[in-house]
Ligand binder design. Structure first.
Ligand code: GLU
Length: 303
């Protein structure tokens, strides 16, 4: 049965600005293209804007040429984005400014604890060792945000109601790493705000991060986008396909066949007659028939 929302899909409900935000740690593999496609189709089916952001702050993990390869692959599959590509590394000032705001509200502190020390202390969340220590004299510290026993909840458009206590589940977490790199959790909140993102569609492996990001929205008094987390593709060992585990890069050869397979994995049941259609024709069909709720009740998809 089609969802009510899909039935009225031609009527734009609220402005929709979505995004795909890959990290340039290697070329796109089937799993990342799956998420990109879901994000693209959802935005286009909502007659929305689809932005592309390259999350390139984690410089030690960046692979030269990966960002360009990602852009070329998306283009080869017909997934065109709106506006200029945004690169996180090009607006470091915005993060520093937001860190200042948190510091001015006494919401951050320096942490000198090493990973080894924390691993040996066997706590699931950071036990706030450094909360009341004086500012360290060396530069070798991370920046943590203070949390408290606050319940944070949200309604994921696919996964339903999610609620966690930020203090219990996450504790004071790092927003700037010891190597001076802005942590993902913090950067993504600032960027989604700067880009006026209204809807975040991404892989369910990031579901847990959402609570931290919502907490940061509250601390900075920012609007919160709506979230929709889609299942992730897994390998035969049941773990998420990832660059770290050497998932093969998607090739541009026979891109239409890969796209057809992705639409099947997205549970959209493309008609077999479309199997030899071009990427553009497949996308046209998929936008018209897109029903993200066909992905409900699936937590991961083995390929
Ligand atoms: N850059 C992150 C990644 O590649 C995704 C960020 C997000 O969608 O929030 O895993």
């Amino acid at each position: 049965m089609k969802s009510a929302r899909n039935k009225w899909a031609n009527v734009p409900q609220i402005p929709y600005i979505g995004r795909f935000a890959p990290s340039p740690t290697g070329p796109l593999h089937l799993g990342s293209l799956f998420t990109a496609l879901a994000s693209y189709l959802e935005a286009r089916a909502q007659q929305g804007i689809w932005l592309l952001r390259i999350d390139d702050l984690d410089t030690p993990r960046n692979v030269p040429g990966a960002a360009d390869s990602i852009l070329r692959t998306l283009e080869a599959f017909g997934m065109t984005w709106d506006q200029e590509v945004s690169y996180q590394s090009r607006h470091l000032d915005a993060y520093l400014e937001a860190l200042e705001v948190l510091a001015s509200h006494d919401l951050t502190y320096h942490c000198i604890c090493s990973r080894k020390f924390l691993a040996e202390s066997h706590n699931s969340t950071y036990p706030n060792f450094c909360r009341d220590r004086p500012t360290p004299s060396s530069n070798d510290f991370a920046l943590r945000i203070k949390t408290n026993m606050l319940d944070i909840s949200f309604d994921d458009q696919l996964c339903g109601h999610i609620s966690q206590n930020i203090g219990v589940e996450h504790g004071d977490f790092i927003i700037k790493r010891k190597d001076r790199i802005i942590a993902y959790q913090f950067a993504v909140v600032i960027d989604d705000h700067l880009q006026n993102i209204t809807h975040v569609l991404r892989g369910a492996d990031l579901l847990d991060s959402t609570i931290k990001q919502l907490y940061l929205h509250q601390c900075l008094n920012l609007n919160t986008p709506r979230y929709l987390h889609v299942p992730v593709l897994t390998g035969i060992n049941g773990t998420k396909l990832s660059k770290k585990d050497h998932a093969p890069a998607v090739t541009q050869e026979n891109s239409h066949l890969t796209l057809f397979k992705l639409l099947q994995l997205l549970q959209q049941n493309p008609p077999v007659e479309l199997q030899n259609s071009s990427c553009e024709q497949l996308l046209q069909w998929a936008i018209k028939n897109w029903d993200v709720f066909k992905l409900s009740r699936i937590s991961c998809i083995p390929v």
